[in-house]
Write a protein that binds this ligand. Structure first.
Ligand code: SF4
Length: 449
């Protein structure tokens, strides 16, 4: 198996956010977490509605969100070393029958078992390289497993080790709300399929990869496209070649930061609040709009602030500040660079001189990058240890459980997208794959100083 497991590189520093949280809660080190419940087992929260402790703990979870059934006691009570050994043994037994994918934001204790580590789209593509694997175990969140299911062969089982690992941002664009929004926009713009004198339809829907399969299916049915944080500009250009405006969901910040960098004025980017009639806008504003931004955000990236950047610059003269484009616009504007997780990783790898980096993205990735690049000083802009709530729910206990179940011939926690959603969802993904940036342009999504 051609693994690209970046966790296989030497780790001179403990990259485990879990260890940091345990040490903080035990009082053996100074620091703070966003909630001491992080030190508990994720199974303590599986039967309760909510995202669990971490960055999204204050977000409202939709009714009917998937819940995880009880994890067998043996996995809840096993220690870290035992789980580590059991996961390795199960993987050894399964061999090429299984491929394990680990998202950049996943905890170290899980990522070390991944055959591939990457962002959601890189991982879905990695799964494509293993058409003969019977099972794809996706150590990420729900929408990522759905995307892998869209792209994998029907016989392959995509498994999410903890069904409660959703994504608060993806949940902010509910299919019923999006359908209603589309109807209201049709009241303003008329026939949504009619082309004007320039050959443009009124609106092209664009969804961030971080959205449910239902939303990707909606976009596919309405001539739209999916984007990632790596190709958002290219995708918006694709959309503006076909439509007068873009409806962008679920992340307002990625939409705003990308469109602003392309020269779209802020006053032509109204927000669509699904709880208000016409999104809280009026007909004139919508008529003048170039990008209609859905009222969604990532609770991890919303934590970063201009004050944190000012502090980093004051305490570390010459610091290079790189943030993810899911951060608010003011934060992107105050940073030196903005780009996807892959951009951040490559920027650090490409630095030839010892450099101080202040990074605005999920703490697990930042801590792992710091461990892998001891020649640089790398720290998270947010000093509070607060991981993505839902990624954090994939504890090694769940990974051991799903792998040992496969060894026993049982597929648990399979994620399957219904065919009527999968077909248009795949179409929206294929449009994205076909959209290419102009030759020579390296996409950073936001700004580069
Ligand atoms: S980091 Fe944000 S967008 Fe990513 S899974 Fe967590 S809540 Fe969702």
């Amino acid at each position: 198996m051609s693994a690209v497991n970046i966790a296989l590189q030497p780790r001179p520093v403990d990259a485990s956010v879990d260890h940091a949280i345990q040490a903080i809660v035990a009082g053996s080190t100074t620091g703070e977490t966003c909630n001491t419940d992080l030190a508990a087992g994720p199974w303590d929260f599986d039967t309760r509605p909510g995202y669990g402790p971490g960055s999204s703990m204050g977000d409202v979870i939709p009714t009917g969100s998937p819940r995880q059934g009880e994890l067998p006691r043996e996995y809840r009570e096993a220690g870290e070393d035992e789980l580590d050994a059991r996961i390795r043994a199960a993987k050894q037994t399964l061999g090429e029958r299984v491929v394990v994918l680990g998202h950049f934001y996943q905890r170290e204790e899980v990522v070390r078992h991944a055959d591939y580590v990457g962002d959601s789209f890189q991982l879905a593509n990695a799964a494509l390289e293993h058409p003969d694997a019977e099972a794809i175990v996706f150590c990420g969140v729900h929408f990522m497993a759905e995307t892998a299911d869209l792209l994998s062969r029907p016989e392959q089982a995509v498994i999410l080790p903890n069904l409660a690992a959703g994504c608060s941002m993806a949940d902010m664009a509910d299919i019923d709300q999006v359908e209603e929004c589309w109807e209201q926009l049709a009241d303003v713009y008329g026939d949504m399929d009619a082309k004007d004198a320039d050959g443009l339809v009124p609106v092209i829907p664009v969804t961030y990869m971080n959205s449910s399969a239902d939303i990707k299916g909606f976009v596919g049915r309405h001539g739209g496209i999916v984007c990632t944080s790596s190709n958002a500009r290219t995708v918006l250009e694709w959309a503006f070649e076909r439509g007068r405006r873009v409806l962008f969901f679920p992340d307002q910040h990625l939409g705003r930061n990308t469109a602003k960098a392309m020269g779209v004025p802020l006053e032509q980017m109204p927000m669509w609040n699904p709880r208000k009639p016409f999104g809280g806008s009026d007909a004139d504003t919508l008529d003048d709009a170039r990008v209609i931004l859905w009222h969604g955000f990532c609770s991890v990236h919303r934590r970063f602030s201009v004050e944190q950047i000012d502090k980093a610059r004051a305490e570390h003269p010459g610091v290079r500040v790189i943030v993810h484009p899911e951060c608010p616009m003011e934060v992107v504007d105050a940073a030196d660079e903005a780009g996807s997780t892959d951009y951040i990783r490559k920027a650090i790898e490409g630095a030839t001189e010892p450099t101080t980096f202040a990074i605005g993205t999920e703490v697990n990735l930042v801590q792992r990058l710091a461990a892998q690049h001891p020649q640089h000083e790398i720290f998270c802009l947010d000093p509070v240890v607060c991981p993505c709530s839902t990624m954090y729910r994939i504890h090694p206990g769940y990974l051991a459980w799903v792998l040992e179940s496969l060894v026993a011939g049982e597929v648990v926690n399979r994620i399957e997208v219904p065919a009527d959603v999968a077909e248009p969802g795949r179409l929206a993904l294929e449009r994205m794959l076909a959209a290419k940036p102009p030759a020579g342009r390296v996409e950073t999504t936001g700004k580069r100083a």
